[in-house]
Design a protein around this ligand. Structure first.
Ligand code: KG4
Ligand code: ZN
Length: 349
């Protein structure tokens, strides 16, 4: 380990650092090669969406098996597409959590094998922080400090990113993650998995007739609650189907989306004001939501705040964001993992 720590420390001052990064926390097998944390030389993603769509959501065991089948070819493709040889790689990075344990283990074990055989450092990266780094590859000039609105399938939070590795939690969801609520509402409306993008599409043709509101109890905090509005939609659909009444799915999708995006943008701006931050950064899959981006960009303009959201392909899970985060961990001397690294279903924000 001492020898590896020395190698790792040398990278901190090396001019060009190539990191090969692996992401397998859910239903995307992705491997990227990232140079100096900002330049994506390749970012190969094998999505299992079509496989899981049949089941209406991700089946963990099926996800693990498909990661195993895909990962070796994705690795080879990532090298070819980056036009580098495996000997050119300086470190291997991998998502160790949060996510599905079986899925994560495929990436973690593959990464350990690679790091061992190439005799280079292994860097363990939190998936959640990886989502923040998706912005560093989208905007080369973006640097901390900033406020981050983290909106994914597993997390919903407001964070103050004081520095690359100094991140403070300002508020979080007390129940469902917002992506989870999008997926559940989509499912009850009979839309395919993953539901978020489907709601986004359908909502464009609907009206905000239902005018849902979130509970008032968290108004003075930076915490979120989405289970109330989610349950309201579910009950409405079930009652209508029991009574044989037609519902307007587009209006329901639009009303749900208006409600949650109002809440997210209201609290994000509130956090910026509280923190006196002039930069707001969005991270995670729900950051792809067109209405959320629209509202945040207007609200930021009104409040003289710079607004950043990752370019679409880096919003949802990908290896490149893990490679970027790994670089900044390494720069601060953090993240070096031993070969007993294991996967974790949950990680602290
Ligand atoms: O960040 P992500 O790819 O995976 C996790 O780390 O959870 O986020 C996936 C979530 C899913 O819930 C998906 O429905 C949601 O992001 N999502 C969206 C949109 N695109 C993806 N939600 C709303 N609108 C979208 N356009
Ligand atoms: Zn994710």
């Amino acid at each position: 380990m001492e020898r590896m720590k020395e190698k790792f420390d040398k990278l901190r001052t090396k001019k060009d650092v190539l990191i090969l990064s692996i992401e397998s926390s859910c239903d995307e097998t992705s491997i990227a090669v990232v140079k100096n944390g900002r330049e994506v030389l390749s970012n190969i993603i094998a999505s299992q969406i079509e496989i899981h769509r049949r089941f209406g959501g991700v089946v963990p065991e099926v996800a693990s098996r498909n990661h195993i089948t895909a990962i070796d070819n994705i690795f080879k493709e990532a090298l070819v597409s980056a036009n580098v040889k495996k000997e050119d790689i300086d470190a291997i990075a991998v998502t160790y959590g949060a996510g599905l344990i079986g899925a994560l283990l495929v990436g973690v074990n593959f990464a350990k094998g690679l790091a061992y055989s190439l005799d280079i450092p292994l860097i363990a990266v939190s998936h959640v922080y990886g989502h923040i780094a998706a912005n560093y590859i989208s905007y080369k000039e973006l640097t901390p400090p900033f406020v981050c609105l983290m909106v994914s399938g597993g997390h919903t939070a407001l964070l103050k990113v004081n520095d690359y590795n100094k991140i403070k939690l300002l508020g979080t969801t007390v129940d469902d993650a917002v992506g989870e609520a999008f997926d559940k509402v989509a499912r009850v409306l009979g839309l395919p998995y993953p539901g978020g993008p489907e709601i986004d599409k359908l909502a464009k043709t609907g009206k905000n007739n239902y005018k849902f509101v979130v509970s008032n109890s968290l108004k003075n905090t930076l915490n979120f609650s989405f289970s109330g509005v989610k349950t309201e939609v579910v009950n409405l659909v079930h009652n209508a189907s029991q009574k044989g009444v037609e519902i307007n799915k587009a209006d329901l999708a639009c009303s749900f989306q208006e409600c949650v995006t109002d809440e997210l943008s209201f609290k994000a701006i509130k956090a910026c004001k509280q923190q006196e931050s002039k930069k707001l950064v969005v991270a995670g899959g729900v950051g792809a939501n067109s209405r959320l981006k629209e509202k945040l960009s207007v609200a930021c303009k009104e409040n003289n705040i710079e607004f950043y959201s990752p370019i679409l392909k880096y919003c949802t899970d990908n290896g490149a964001m893990i490679g970027s985060m790994a670089y900044y961990l390494m720069k601060d001397g953090l993240g070096l993992a031993e070969l007993d690294l294991t996967a974790k279903p949950n990680v602290d924000l």
